[in-house]
Write a protein of this length. Structure first.
Length: 459
């Protein structure tokens, strides 16, 4: 007799999102011993999530994970439904009619706010906007950044903040042969920014950078990295913290930070100043950003739980541009439970729960499951955990009403949605690479959805 997950009745799974967690979930499903048909939906016509739209253009090796994703997409039973925004083009309840299981893997696309006065002044931006802009994300195509000031401030001390500093500090020649968006390269070519201040609320022993990214700052041509030696005197609790076996990454960062200052000429065109133990308390200016007020901090608490506490001592840094890079936040999807305090879909090991009760057929993985932490690889075990739950739950799942992709295609067509298949994406991909060849770049991205769809109409 046919049952869900048999060859007669493959388990129909919709994955919302096509970033790393979505591809790792698809792969785990295909290797789970269950017969599956995986439909991966993305609001953009392009797959790969932040691997395309987040990873810095000067990090091509990291993007090579796309080859792994392409192999997954080539497996039987996989389909891509690009340019379909779940929640708008198709509601979750509608999706549920066509699929036995829905896996929410739509990432965490919003920035956390600082909640300080002046945050909305022109000149105060989010790292998300800047990253999306230089990576050619259609949402940020028309965003502009005033790069005429000499000083920019970056708030936050994670890898994204380092990416922002590096893109601002690198000579454009170093970016010209990457897949950076043409509009960003053009604007950066006339940037006057020389001084970049990277601000962290805790000390050098508590940084969240990965050592490789931190080290890379020291390799930027004609750029000096500066740290006030005062910060490198650690308090006793930070010393204890650093000595803990589980804190190897902080020790590696500390070693790099201690070397900074020795290896850079003072005549460099650009300077990156790394500040510790300072929090922004206000952005200054009346009609546009003119500076940031920082409060100096001390650390309080136990090792690995140190908190920054204001000392009531202030410092103003005049600046014309400021990027907030203090973390991401997931957004609510209509008809899906949401934890507003954490900005994630509430779940137990990937099973979506509503007030503690599992919602039959709903699962989640990636940043929208666990919050915006972890690198690309972190999403693999995370997705595997979710798929394990799906397989365990198989006997309790009931088949969806409409086991018919054609019907879904018709519904979307009637709504004026041009679904982009993986073969369609391949055409867009080929056209981008062709454009790139002319400019000596790996690809010249299309940055507007209409341009991407126009490639398909031409074909
Ligand atoms: C700026 C930045 C740089 C990074 N650089 C690195 C790096 O160099 N190396 C590294 O290992 N990690 C890096 N990371 C981390 C890595 O990108 C994440 O771990 C990973 O992308 C999270 O995967 P995800 O699938 O959960 O979400 P995402 O990659 O964000 O994918 C979510 C997908 O869902 C889609 N989506 C959103 N809403 C909808 C909807 N309503 N309907 C349909 N689709 C929707 C989006 O378009 C997107 O494609 C970086 C992160 C950021 C923010």
């Amino acid at each position: 007799m046919s049952h869900l997950g048999s060859t007669d009745m493959p388990l129909r799974v919709a994955i919302v999102g096509s970033g790393p967690s979505a591809f790792y979930a698809a792969d785990a499903l295909m290797h789970s011993g269950t017969t599956v048909a995986v439909a991966m939906f993305d609001r953009l016509p392009t797959p790969y999530g932040l691997v395309r739209a987040g990873v810095a253009p000067d990090h091509p090796k990291i993007k090579s994970v796309i080859k792994v994703f392409d192999r997954i997409a080539a497996a039987p039973g996989y389909s891509f439904w690009g340019n379909v925004r779940i929640g708008t083009d198709l509601t979750v309840n509608e999706l549920r009619r066509f699929f036995d299981v829905v896996v929410f893997a739509y990432g965490a696309e919003k920035d956390r706010a600082l909640h300080i006065p002046g945050e909305d002044l022109p000149g105060s931006c989010t790292a998300t906007e800047f990253v999306g802009w230089y990576n050619g994300h259609p949402d940020y195509r028309d965003r502009t950044f005033d790069l005429t000031a000499e000083t920019a401030v970056v708030i936050g001390q994670g890898n994204v903040a380092l990416d922002v500093c590096r893109i601002l500090a690198k000579p454009v020649d170093e970016l010209a042969h990457t897949d950076i968006a043409a509009h960003a390269l053009e604007a950066l070519a006339s940037s006057r920014i020389r001084y970049i201040h990277l601000i962290g609320r805790r000390g050098p022993a508590q940084t969240k950078f990965t050592a490789a990214e931190l080290k890379e700052l020291l390799t930027i041509p004609d750029c000096r990295v500066v740290i006030d030696p005062e910060y490198m005197q650690l308090d006793s609790i930070s010393e204890q913290e650093l000595a803990l076996p589980e804190n190897a990454h902080a020790r590696a960062n500390m070693e790099i930070l201690r070397k900074i200052g020795d290896s850079h000429p003072s005549t460099a065109q650009k300077q990156i100043h790394i500040h510790f133990l300072k929090s922004p308390v206000a952005l200054l200016g009346t009609t546009r950003l003119e500076g940031v007020r920082l409060e100096k901090n001390r650390l309080e608490g136990e090792p690995m739980k140190l908190r920054a506490v204001g000392r009531g001592i202030y410092q103003d840094i005049p600046c014309g541009l400021l990027f907030r890079s203090v973390g991401y936040r997931g957004t609510e999807m209509p008809q899906v439970p949401f934890d507003h305090s954490r900005g994630v879909i509430p779940n137990r090991d990937g099973r979506v729960v509503d007030n503690g009760t599992p919602v039959v057929g709903f699962y989640t993985c990636g940043w929208i499951k666990r919050g915006p932490q972890g690198v690309i690889g972190t999403n693999k075990p995370d997705a595997a955990e979710t798929v394990k739950c799906i397989v365990e739950d198989l006997p309790r799942l009931s088949p969806c009403e409409a086991r018919d992709d054609e019907l879904l295609h018709t519904l979307l067509r009637e709504r004026g949605v041009r679904v982009v298949s993986f073969d369609d994406w391949r055409r867009i991909d080929a056209a981008e690479m062709e454009r790139g060849r002319a400019a000596g770049k790996p690809r010249e991205k299309f940055t507007r959805i209409e341009e991407m769809l126009a490639v398909l109409e031409k074909a």
